[in-house]
Design a protein around this ligand. Sequence first.
Ligand SMILES: Cc1cc2nc3c(=O)[nH]c(=O)nc-3n(C[C@H](O)[C@H](O)[C@H](O)COP(=O)(O)OP(=O)(O)OC[C@H]3O[C@@H](n4cnc5c(N)ncnc54)[C@H](O)[C@@H]3O)c2cc1C
Length: 404
Amino acid sequence: MNITIVGSGFAGVKAALELARDSHMHVHVITDKPDFQYYPSLYSSATGHSHLESWVPLGEIFASYDNIHVTLDTIVGIDAEKKQLLGVTETRYDYETLIIGVGTVTTYFGIPGIDQYSYGIKSADQIYQLKHRIYKDIAEEGKLDRNYVVIGGGPTGVELAGALGTYLNDLAKFHNLRSHRTRVRLIEAAPRVLPRSHETTSRKVQKRLENLGVEVQVGCMVQEETADSIIAGGRPIASHTVIWTSGVMNNPLFAAHPGIFELAKNGRVIVDKHMKAHKDIYVIGDNAATPFTGLAQTALHDAKFVAGNLRRKRRGQSMKAYTAVAPASAIPVGDRWAAFEYKKLRFYSWPAAIIRRVADFVGYSDILPIGQAIRPWVAATIKEEDYFTPSGVTPARYARKRRR
Ligand SMILES: Cc1cc2nc3c(=O)[nH]c(=O)nc-3n(C[C@H](O)[C@H](O)[C@H](O)COP(=O)(O)OP(=O)(O)OC[C@H]3O[C@@H](n4cnc5c(N)ncnc54)[C@H](O)[C@@H]3O)c2cc1C
């Protein structure tokens, strides 16, 4: 049985691994990136920790499977009649059975200036640009920016704001920066941070952030960003380091094919009880309109479900119906502190931080053999070689550069 998978995120990689367990399955993964990106640790890589915890080469993940074949291309067209995909390289790929897991894209809600001036942490390139902005200030101005503004009080914004202060303090000490006031601010449009969590969790997390020195503004809408300020709640904040963690929308690939995909109100693809969106096309992970879409755990669950059903189909067995599984969440806020929630269970501080570390290990071992999963997991405790200075520049040379 030939299966084509588009995307190599949580959903695509897990589906490929689950299918390849059956040696009668031939899996073709088409993806636009050579690495699997572990999103939950991007906030940590953005604040100076090893990139090895956030990027795992696909070659490493699929090394022991000779029935998985990977092609690097960006899929831009789907012809469901001919059962063909079109890549940006103008290559056409035939498929028998197709699984799509291409994730979401960032949206700026049309707020003027945000797309031009803000930074992101969703890719290696974005993280590189953010860190170089910080280093540039140190080298050229001899100081940090006055305000580091994180937009979006969801899990990513909260995790980033909680880690940013420590990173900036470390940089300030290392480079003996002129004393000045640097502030980390977190801005959220909803009335509380973590609007999808329980109110108690929102309250405790906000308190924790404030104890770490983060200034939290909730119920505050961002109106505009310029080169050196952000206007939020009608007031300007002086900053040229604004980090946008808010706003995702479904991959535009689906809206571009209205004859194939039907979209729900939130833009995700409507799927049937087998996660099928069209004849021989399955849509999983962040792309599918399921109750807990938008989470890595859901993407893994969807991948296991669809792969299990296709293995059953190959053996001539009947397919099962989808059931959504409520996810747990463990959101780290600074060192040795996290907020844990699972259904009605909630707890905070270091026990939750331990759960989060365990959950990360489970996350890595979902895509790598246990022995290999240790490497990215341990990388979270290692500082990146450019933690204090840009790569390839020794501290002494950097100090000289600053003096010039
Ligand atoms: C910063 C951040 C932190 C997060 N933290 C958490 C967390 O702590 N816990 C949690 O449960 N969830 C978290 N999430 C959400 C989680 O990462 C997503 O739910 C999960 O990645 C969805 O998996 P997916 O496979 O559907 O999409 P993705 O993981 O986004 O994978 C999509 C894949 O498709 C590829 N692709 C895209 N377009 C094309 C194309 N046209 N052609 C070919 N390939 C394409 C991409 O390169 C990528 O490989 C976080 C998300 C972000 C952005």
